[in-house]
Design a protein around this ligand. Structure first.
Ligand SMILES: Cc1cc2nc3c(=O)[nH]c(=O)nc-3n(C[C@H](O)[C@H](O)[C@H](O)COP(=O)(O)OP(=O)(O)OC[C@H]3O[C@@H](n4cnc5c(N)ncnc54)[C@H](O)[C@@H]3O)c2cc1C
Length: 495
């Protein structure tokens, strides 16, 4: 047989950057044909407004980890840049591709369209394209009648062991001969800011320290802007880019729950893991959420873009300390806890009265854990446009006093406010002339005056949104959404 046309299997890696609990890899290895693992840095993602260099760095770090292990088998991830179909076509000029294995992805419109093109290309070229589930998200379902049962079954499945050997893989030498192969130098990253580092070794580092001791204050600190950074698991980017699978994490959590007296503390964590799939399933079934509000009754809501407000918010210069600290922290580190994410979106959509669409891309680029299926449903929930969740307009001053009483987080991210005492740090606009002189702080010069009136803007948002929420169009849509997405034992946070 002509070696150039050896039959091979391809594993197309996307947001599943690990080697274990990986059905596409397992099936490819079980085929007994040689395998190439391919990752393409796709032009569609470089151009996509949801992605930024922090995501590509995380991906590179993740692949570096995989390559360390693949070295034992004398191969590497075949790295390419450009268009996946062109790369597949190029490989097919050297090998007979029998099957392409990949995980099903619930992504943004750009990746959905690309997946459809890959399916069409495979059909045309008589190549099998097999997709597998990784998140407990089921394509094509009409409601949630059996969702939980199916999800439980998938997550409780025994994790099958994968054993590798050198003979399983197309060797490094051949991969290096591909004209499109980028080489391992591509995986070098320049660290900008203080981000979590990708890769399954780091995922396990975070996982182990969480279950060993960090979990103890999980519930107590979950809403605290600074303390949550230690007491929450911080596993979100590792889940988003698949350095660890949800099944691995859930099974580990169940094991830990049965050890010692961790059960109570880990219950809240365990239910949040389920929310991940729940929200992604919702997005899978309502992909227009990337562009428009899930509840069509809110399409009548028109807001005018104010570039001055948006810039102040993005740069952390709104004059509201907790909002500004959260924004500056997010831009620098790529992470905020749930409460702070809710707060900044609520402020943007309610107090600044901006459409949620105007912050969606910016936030996606900042969140290192950007996961479209959580991002869009959460954005819309916080913006109050679902018609099925309680309208919450968070007060940044009240939240600051409650969750950062001494202003530790605020002062960490806003050095301009460090000289102010606790009593003033949450409301610097209330400083009097005596305090101005003793603290050497001038409002409007050292730190901006508030860009809006908190009370008036809240009133305007409530008085506009309340009547709309009672309108027949919103109610009708609310019923549709509930019947499509509610689980049998509904938890209010899971709709
Ligand atoms: C506007 C907005 C946008 C968000 N965008 C994202 C996103 O792009 N990616 C993302 O992973 N999370 C997102 N979240 C949810 C949540 O804020 C993060 O999952 C959480 O803060 C991550 O930190 P952690 O891993 O330490 O969480 P932990 O509390 O330790 O939770 C463990 C895991 O459970 C899941 N989880 C926790 N809370 C939620 C939730 N409310 N909804 C769904 N899943 C949850 C996540 O996978 C998380 O990693 C968003 C929330 C809001 C309000």
């Amino acid at each position: 047989m002509d070696t150039n046309f050896e039959p091979i299997h391809i594993v197309w890696l996307k947001r599943d950057l690990r080697l274990y609990d990986h059905k596409p890899i397992l099936e490819a290895i079980n085929s007994k044909k040689r395998v190439i693992l391919v990752y393409v840095f796709e032009d569609i993602l470089f151009k996509d407004p949801h992605y930024s260099s922090r995501h590509f760095n995380f991906i590179k770090e993740s692949i570096r980890d995989i390559n360390k292990e693949l070295k034992n088998y004398k191969t590497v991830v075949c790295l390419a840049k450009g268009d996946i179909i062109k790369i597949l076509a190029s490989i097919s000029r050297k090998f007979k591709i029998k099957t392409i294995h990949a995980h099903q992805e619930t992504g943004v419109m750009a990746t959905y369209k690309r997946d459809q093109q890959v399916v069409a290309w495979c059909r045309k070229n008589r190549i099998a394209f097999k997709e597998y589930l990784q998140q407990g998200v089921f394509r094509g379902i009409k409601n949630r009648n059996n969702w939980l049962k199916k999800w439980d079954q998938l997550m409780n499945q025994k994790i099958e062991k994968i054993s590798f050997s050198v003979s399983n893989f197309i060797p490094l030498k051949t991969i290096e001969s591909f004209e499109f192969y980028l080489g391992e130098d591509t995986l070098q990253t320049e660290s900008k800011g203080i981000h979590q580092i990708g890769g399954y070794q780091n995922a396990y580092r975070y996982l182990n320290s969480f279950f060993n001791y960090r979990y103890r204050n999980y519930q107590k600190h979950i809403s605290k802007p600074d303390l949550s950074r230690r007491s929450c698991s911080r596993l979100s980017p590792y889940l988003a880019f698949g350095n660890i699978s949800m099944r691995q994490l859930l099974q580990k959590t169940e094991y830990e729950r049965t050890q010692g007296n961790k059960s109570y503390a880990l219950r809240a964590f365990s239910s949040r893991l389920r929310w991940q799939s729940h929200f992604i399933q919702k997005f899978e079934m309502e992909c227009s959420m990337e562009f428009t509000s899930i509840n069509k009754g809110y399409h009548q809501l028109k807001k005018t873009i104010n570039p001055y407000y948006i810039e102040a918010w993005e740069k952390g210069n709104t004059g509201f300390p907790l909002i500004d600290a959260a924004m500056r922290c997010l831009v620098e580190t790529g992470y905020l806890n749930f409460r702070m994410r809710s707060l900044i979106v609520s402020f943007f959509t309610h107090h600044l009265w901006q459409p949620w669409q105007a912050c969606a891309h910016f936030l996606a680029r900042q969140f290192l854990d950007f996961e479209p299926g959580i991002h869009y449903p959460q954005l819309q929930m916080q913006a109050g446009v679902t018609g099925i969740n309680m309208l919450r307009i968070y007060n940044p001053v009240k939240n600051g006093k409650e969750h950062d009483p001494k202003g530790v987080f605020i002062k960490q991210w806003i050095p301009e406010l460090r000289m102010l005492p606790e009593a003033i740090v949450h409301t610097p606009w209330l400083i009097n002339s005596f305090e101005t002189s003793i603290y050497g702080f001038k409002l409007g010069k050292d730190y901006p005056k508030p860009i809006i009136d908190l009370v008036k803007s809240r009133k305007k948002a409530t008085s506009t949104l309340w009547p709309i929420s009672k309108s027949p169009a919103v109610r009708k849509e609310g019923k549709r959404i509930l019947s499509k997405h509610t689980l049998a034992n509904r938890n209010s946070l899971m709709t």
